[in-house]
Design a protein around this ligand. Structure first.
Ligand code: ADP
Ligand code: MG
Length: 251
């Protein structure tokens, strides 16, 4: 069992404080959803946890199995098992998905260790079968001419291959169609299990109809102002965020 513990996290970019003291513990096997209006600081929090250099952690801790990751570079955090999904929207023309994933896995291996090609393809095809992805897909160039759904599919496949302990999934794409939503949901549902913890960031209640979270948290103005179970997501859909803000202001 692993845990990712976020303790009193404060994050700044430039000289502006964006995340203002978030505490949250995710255990392996759990899916936590963070919802909240645009600009609340959800993406900044995820990027800071993953070690993005533009997001400075000014206070607090991020502990992976009780060990701080704050001194680690982003690639070390990835190697330690923290995966940030939905963050590489750029095209990589001429590089097939199969080769891209192979390079990503190689990059996470210890120095001097080499990927075994036969074992790699065996595992790749196993994951593709699990996720019901057509074999032809891996010869496509990364993101080149991809639909929204195909981008999500390649990201989910990447996650399946890297087998992170904690996946931070930031649903940034506001124009996501229902097919893409379903691909994300099916992927996460296939991958969720006792060895994976998920932090799913979304402003779509709809996504949570397909991925049923164990815990739902609401982020407003850099703080988690309310937590609950999946019914909280339903309540937010019907009532919006205003009542949570009022409740928090009066507390
Ligand atoms: P959310 O994901 O909840 O919509 P973000 O974390 O993207 O919120 O943004 C929170 C606030 O931080 C916004 O006001 C946004 O403009 C600001 N912000 C985020 N990233 C940067 C950045 N790299 N430089 C300057 N401001 C940023
Ligand atoms: Mg965001």
């Amino acid at each position: 069992m692993s845990s990712l513990e976020i303790r009193n996290l404060h994050v700044s970019t430039g000289d502006k404080e964006i995340v203002k003291g978030v505490s949250l513990t995710i255990n392996s096997g759990e899916v936590h959803a963070i919802m909240g209006p645009n600009g609340a600081g959800k993406s900044s929090m995820a990027k800071a946890i993953a070690g993005h250099p533009d997001y400075l952690i000014t206070e607090g801790e991020v502990l992976l199995d009780a060990k701080s990751v704050l001194e680690m570079e982003s690639d070390e955090r990835a190697r330690a098992g923290i995966f940030l999904a939905f963050q590489y929207p750029s095209e990589v023309p001429g590089v097939s998905i199969a080769n891209f994933l192979r390079a990503a896995i190689q990059a996470r291996m210890a120095e001097g260790e080499e990927i075994d090609a036969a074992a790699y393809y065996k595992r790749l095809y196993e994951k593709m079968d699990l996720l019901k992805i057509d074999r032809k897909f891996t010869s496509r160039s990364v993101n080149e001419g991809f639909s929204g759904g195909e981008k999500k599919r390649s990201e989910i496949l990447q996650m399946a291959m890297l087998e992170p302990r904690f996946a931070l999934m930031d649903e940034t794409d506001s124009g996501l169609d229902i097919d893409a939503l379903k691909i994300v949901a099916e992927g996460v549902n296939h991958l969720r299990g006792p060895n994976l913890g998920v932090l799913l960031i979304t402003h779509y209640q709809r996504l949570l109809n397909y991925i049923v979270p164990d815990h739902v948290h609401v982020m407003i103005d850099g703080r988690l102002v309310k937590s609950g179970d999946r019914t909280l997501a339903l309540e937010l859909e019907s009532k919006g965020y205003g009542w949570v803000k009022k409740e928090f202001a009066n507390a």
